[in-house]
Write a protein that binds this ligand. Structure first.
Ligand code: CDP
Ligand code: MG
Length: 140
């Protein structure tokens, strides 16, 4: 099934100049970048985005990081895009991220693990609405 998912290059990835690398990997895989923007995440957006993690010990730091500097947000489309992209990004924990994944190749710090991608179709749609309030489609 053709799906769309949300991918963020986090402040850690933008600061390290990895936006092109992340885009390039997804393009070479055959996925399509539908729409993209660079932005600074507001505290309100961060709270909505990370709602599932509220109360966890890493939550405050996570919100602080995602709001600290520009991110690069994308809607990415392709067959089984949610699972394909999650696989390409790798495990959040650098000890478990396989080589060949973005996090396995560029991450060492779990708080600053370069990228985010939605973990289900429902999360993808919920998250797309946060970063692309106009709907995540190209408009003229
Ligand atoms: O990003 P992903 O969906 O793979 O992982 P998550 O479990 O949903 O956690 C969201 C983010 O919180 C991760 O990408 C990490 O940056 C961060 N995190 C953390 O700093 N410490 C943890 N113990 C778990 C997650
Ligand atoms: Mg997650």
């Amino acid at each position: 099934m053709i799906e769309r998912t949300l991918v963020l290059v986090k402040p850690s990835g933008v600061a390290r100049g990895l936006v092109g690398e992340v885009i390039s990997r997804m393009e070479r895989r055959g996925l399509t970048i539908k729409v993209a923007r660079m932005l600074i995440v507001t505290p309100d957006m961060a709270v909505r985005h990370y709602a599932e993690h509220k109360g966890k010990d890493f939550y405050e730091e996570l919100v602080e990081h995602i709001t600290s500097a520009p991110i690069f947000a994308m809607v990415v489309e392709g067959p089984s895009a949610v699972k394909i992209v999650r696989g390409m990004m790798g495990a959040a924990n650098p000890l478990e991220a396989d080589p060949g994944t973005v996090r396995g190749d560029f991450g060492l710090d779990m708080r600053r693990n370069v990228v985010h991608s939605a973990d289900s179709l429902a999360s993808a749609e919920r998250e797309i609405a946060i970063f692309f309030p106009e709907g995540g489609e190209l408009t003229v």
